[in-house]
Design a protein around this ligand. Structure first.
Ligand code: NI
Length: 182
């Protein structure tokens, strides 16, 4: 397994439309395993292949927030979604304070359908069809946006988006200052 570099805005590669996975094979399973390792290390709760410079319709998520064991590890519940499709988004919306590994250290409220029916293939190539709700629905929609070149800040008003970008600039300047003095 390997930790992959994560693309950050404004990298134009984050704006590509990802292609469907043609065959669920060992290469795809290795990519998914590497993406999970990358996501856990970041740490994050979701990651799309597009974010690690692979424009394929594949994403991984783990919303587990269980208790830590003696070694400080949490029980993992990795989920792999291949060629996910959203059907029947609900008319009621929910708001969640979202963040993104491609927009480091920035968070903003985003409104999305509260419930979505999703079809996808798992890492064995088996088809699933499930109604997702809560954080799972939100996270899946956020990650699916990446497959279509959309980033969560695109959902914000122009003013809020500019504020996030300004804060991101400041954060990056502080990070490079810290590095310079380390
Ligand atoms: Ni993201």
């Amino acid at each position: 397994m390997a930790i992959l570099p994560i693309l950050e805005i404004p990298d134009p590669r984050l704006r590509r439309i990802s292609e469907p996975v043609q065959e669920v094979n060992d290469a795809i399973r290795t990519l998914a395993a590497d993406m999970l390792e990358t996501m856990y290390a970041a740490p994050g709760i979701g990651l799309a292949a597009a974010q690690v410079d692979v424009p394929l319709r594949l994403l991984v998520m783990d919303l587990t927030d269980g208790p830590e064991d003696a070694d400080g590890n949490r029980t993992k519940n990795p989920r792999i979604f291949i060629n996910p499709e959203i059907l029947d988004p609900s008319e009621d919306y929910s708001v969640y304070n979202e963040g993104c590994l491609s927009v480091p250290d920035q968070y903003a409220d985003v409104e999305r359908p509260a419930t979505v029916r999703v079809r996808w293939l798992d890492e064995q190539g088996l088809a699933h069809d499930e109604v997702l709700e809560g954080l799972l629905a939100t996270c899946l929609q956020h990650e699916m946006d990446h497959l279509n070149g959309i980033i969560f800040i695109d959902h914000l008003s122009r003013l809020k988006r500019l504020m996030v970008l300004k804060k991101l600039d400041k954060f990056r300047q502080e990070q490079s200052r810290k590095k310079a003095f380390a």
